[in-house]
Design a protein around this ligand. Structure first.
Ligand code: G
Ligand code: G
Ligand code: MN
Ligand code: NA
Length: 261
């Protein structure tokens, strides 16, 4: 706990960095986006996974400054790619959009929307190329204030995704009210999607719901081509998972992007 508290105060010097996992078109493999995921090369404990330190950062509240740093890093990286792509091929817009995970603690901060606006302004990142991922359970925890905050973020031009969809007891009438663009189908449903049982039925229901509401659906945790084919057959357009690529550090993902875009 003391470790993450210290690290959040000086993220770069403490070995925290962002890795990026591609989100691709399930049919063509074309890159649709990149999800920024925190990694921590701990000086003595090796690589610590975010499923260990993110909950601690949330519990202690240091996720607020840390999350701000993550967003600024991701926006800065997006601009670095756009500059590179402009120099090399005059096509900054072919750089895919970047997704950033936002924790409930950040969303609940009174000045969250102002902070996001300030980061966009400082980095020059186009709002339309940034997607904020918020879990379904966080959104549903306080629907009225979520609705207000999400609407303000939407007004800045950001894209919004509901993360881990299907696990957080959404009321469908609320879903229609929220100004979201993307539903991310939780990995738990993707796992059994090729077996045709209840996972498949639930995944199909989410895709249909997304289509009905005019939202994109992204399947998370796609590991096999039979999952990919089953999802495609359901009408799910985008996917993300080890089948395509794990999250990779900037240098590696930049090399990968050069080939893919
Ligand atoms: O990358 P990995 O699968 O190990 O991520 C584990 C968990 O940590 C996931 O739930 C992911 O959403 C979360 N996570 C990773 N990076 C961030 C981040 O920058 N901010 C927040 N709030 N959560 C993150
Ligand atoms: O909770 P969130 O969806 O933001 O986090 C994504 C998490 O899923 C990260 O920890 C990432 O490393 C992990 N992940 C990404 N692709 C796969 C996959 O194909 N299989 C599994 N098991 N995990 C994955
Ligand atoms: Mn996510
Ligand atoms: Na998720």
């Amino acid at each position: 706990e003391a470790d993450i508290r210290m690290a959040a105060g000086a993220p770069e010097r403490s070995g925290l960095f962002l890795a990026y996992q591609p989100i691709v078109d399930l049919r063509t493999g074309a890159v649709r986006g990149l999800e920024a995921l925190l990694r921590w090369d701990h000086p003595t404990r090796g690589t610590v996974t975010p499923s260990v330190f993110v909950p601690v950062a949330e519990h202690t509240g240091v996720i607020v400054p840390l999350g701000r740093w993550v967003l600024e890093q991701a926006c800065t990286q997006l601009m670095a790619w756009r500059t590179q792509w402009w120099r090399e091929r005059r096509q900054p817009d072919s750089v895919p959009s970047v997704s950033v995970n936002i924790s409930g603690r950040q969303l609940a901060e009174e000045d969250f929307v102002d902070e996001v606006a300030a980061i966009l302004q400082r980095t020059g990142a186009p709002a339309g190329s940034i997607t904020l991922e918020i879990t379904e359970s966080v959104i549903m925890r306080n629907t009225e204030s979520s609705l207000r905050t999400l609407s303000a973020l939407k007004a800045l031009g950001l894209r919004l995704a509901i993360d881990d969809f299907g696990t957080g007891y959404s009321s469908l009438s609320y879903l229609q009210k929220f100004p979201v663009d993307v539903l991310k189908i939780d990995r738990a449903f993707v796992e059994g999607v090729a077996q045709g049982g209840s996972d498949a039925a639930l995944a199909r229901t989410i895709v249909t719901l997304g289509t009905t509401l005019g939202l994109r659906t992204v399947a998370e945790g796609v590991e096999t081509s039979s999952q990919q084919e089953a999802l495609e057959a359901m009408g799910c357009v985008d996917g993300q998972g080890y089948l395509f690529s794990p999250a990779r550090p900037v240098d590696e993902i930049t090399a990968w992007l050069r080939v893919q875009t």
